[in-house]
Design a binder for this molecule. Structure first.
Ligand code: DP6
Length: 315
């Protein structure tokens, strides 16, 4: 039996569109930072006597069964072992409120399943398989900062480490203002966003921001990292509002929190807002400013401070 833990990651440059639905190939490269508080533990065990796979998801996790099967079947086929498996997955992430539970879930499942079937895959190979379950999971294979290269086909769309361990002071503050399940999943949201007349220019901007972000990370420049991430997030959400069927993940709370973060930055505090496919705001900052930010934002909901986290590992 193999048991693996994987952590969620926050997208600093967002993945928001697919060029191939079956293999989950993205329209652009993306950059993430794996964090240290929200995670999934998954165990996979070969069951020689079973006639089908068994999946159990604890803590209300709602990863779709067919997607789990896709990963398991891919691994089973690639090693020619016909046995069925028992998968038990325990989620420690508020599910589906834009906190990326699918990223940690598919990263953990991929490593645990490949180990259970006796495959020794490096992280790059694992990232390609995790990607099939959920694109952002490719980045959760790695600790710290990682990049998911969009690639051209199923074999060269993989993630790799940019900086791990992270040797500078960065914090991500989650404000859990809304723990409800999102109405529009990431997959649905990005499909709608791709109908926006601004989609192509958004892609070009994303490409430029990838280069700027890589430089900011290599310079350890927190302010630049934050400013680029904030702009990138704002334009992803703007895209949603200009889709053929417009939609918006933001709530009144989201807008108010972003306005507070803007005010804090104007007062000289390093605070930058980013939002994934849900209403919850994450604030990028460092240990020096975190208390000041928490004091302002705690009235909006439960606060959690995260540091850079580890890549997938056995537990
Ligand atoms: C906004 O990885 O959840 O968080 O591949 O369809 O499962 P699927 O999508 P998913 O999308 C994440 C979207 C995002 C941005 C990001 O993490 O890059």
């Amino acid at each position: 039996m193999a048991k693996v833990r994987a952590y969620t990651n926050i997208a600093l440059i967002k993945y928001w569109g697919k060029s191939d639905l079956n293999w989950n190939l993205p329209t652009s490269s993306s950059i993430g930072l794996t964090l240290d508080r929200f995670y999934t533990d998954t165990s996979v065990e070969i069951d020689q006597f079973s006639k089908k796979d068994f999946f159990q998801q604890l803590n209300g996790q709602q990863i779709e069964g067919p997607k789990i099967s896709k990963i398991i079947n891919f691994i089973r086929n690639s090693c020619g072992n016909k046995n069925f498996v028992k998968v038990i997955s325990e989620n420690h992430v508020p599910t589906s409120a834009g906190l990326a539970s699918s990223a940690s879930a598919f990263a953990a499942l991929t490593k645990a399943a490949s180990q259970a079937f006796g495959l020794e895959l490096d992280n790059r190979e694992l990232s390609k398989i995790a990607r099939i379950g959920s694109g952002s999971a490719s980045r959760s294979i790695f600790g710290g900062f990682s990049i998911w290269h969009k690639g051209q086909n199923k074999d060269d769309s993989f993630a790799e480490s940019i900086l791990d361990p992270v040797d500078f002071d960065i914090r991500v503050i989650d404000i859990l203002a809304d723990k409800r399940v999102k109405k529009i999943s990431s997959s649905q949201g990005m499909q709608l966003a791709q109908t926006s007349p601004n989609y192509d220019s958004w892609l070009k901007k994303n490409d430029r921001q990838i280069d700027e972000m890589l430089k900011a990370i290599s310079d350890h420049d927190l302010e630049k990292i934050g400013l680029i991430a904030e702009t990138n997030s704002a334009s992803m959400h703007e895209l949603n509002r200009t889709a053929k069927v417009p939609f918006d993940y933001f709530t009144e709370n989201t807008r108010e929190i972003i306005a507070e973060v803007d005010q804090l930055y104007k007062k000289g505090i390093l605070a930058f807002a980013t939002v994934d496919a849900g209403p919850n705001v994450k604030v990028i900052t460092n240990s020096e400013y975190q208390e000041k930010i928490i004091n302002v934002l705690k009235e909006y909901g439960e606060i959690l401070v995260q540091k850079p986290g580890r890549g997938v590992a056995n537990v």
